[in-house]
Design a protein around this ligand. Structure first.
Ligand SMILES: CC(C)(COP(=O)(O)OP(=O)(O)OC[C@H]1O[C@@H](n2cnc3c(N)ncnc32)[C@H](O)[C@@H]1OP(=O)(O)O)[C@@H](O)C(=O)NCCC(=O)NCCS
Length: 143
């Protein structure tokens, strides 16, 4: 069964591994450690039998949040785990009004995922990623 819980320090190596293998880059161990202790940042992991199979990170300030990263282990994708992780942000912040994120223009899977969840594209950040790819900025308003 999939469980969602707050990230612990001992999860970080596994998260860096998931980010590097699935996304090709990671926020990095040090940043995850630093951000873990910040008031505005929270990370959640999804586990199956105590193994971390996905994670989400967000910043939040007042009624606004921004998704920092979201990854689900390829072997466990399309099973609703990404959905559970995303839902956790709103569960934890019931007064949330706006949530934003950036995604590579080529990342069709993630774009489908966010659009299914009511996110709408706002604008592009050109030449945003290291390989020159553009980023799409998406937002969702809770009314
Ligand atoms: C994006 C991601 C987190 C989705 O996680 P997931 O656990 O596979 O997603 P879910 O099973 O909760 O899917 C929910 C919905 O998202 C959409 N979706 C998810 N994967 C999809 C795919 N491969 N193709 C098309 N739509 C997809 C569907 O609408 C799906 O609903 P459905 O299964 O009822 O059709 C996952 O694909 C992933 O880790 N991708 C690589 C990392 C990444 O790109 N992260 C986002 C960075 S911005």
């Amino acid at each position: 069964m999939v469980k969602i819980r707050k990230m612990k320090e001992e999860d970080i190596d596994r998260i860096v591994y998931l980010e590097e293998t699935i996304l090709g880059e990671s926020l990095g161990k040090q940043m995850l450690l630093d951000e873990m202790n910040s008031n505005i940042t929270k990370f959640y992991v999804a586990t199956i039998d105590d193994v971390v199979v996905g994670y989400i990170g967000r910043y939040a300030y007042l009624d606004q949040a921004e998704i920092l990263n979201l990854v689900v282990d390829e072997a466990y994708q399309r099973m609703g785990i990404g959905q559970k992780l995303l839902d956790q942000i709103k569960l934890d912040l019931p007064t949330l009004k706006t949530i934003t994120l950036e995604v590579r223009v080529s990342n069709g899977k993630a774009i489908q995922f966010y659009e299914k969840n009511g996110f709408v594209p706002l604008y592009k950040r050109f030449n945003y990623y290291r390989n020159g790819e553009d980023a799409l900025i998406y937002a969702k308003e809770y009314i």
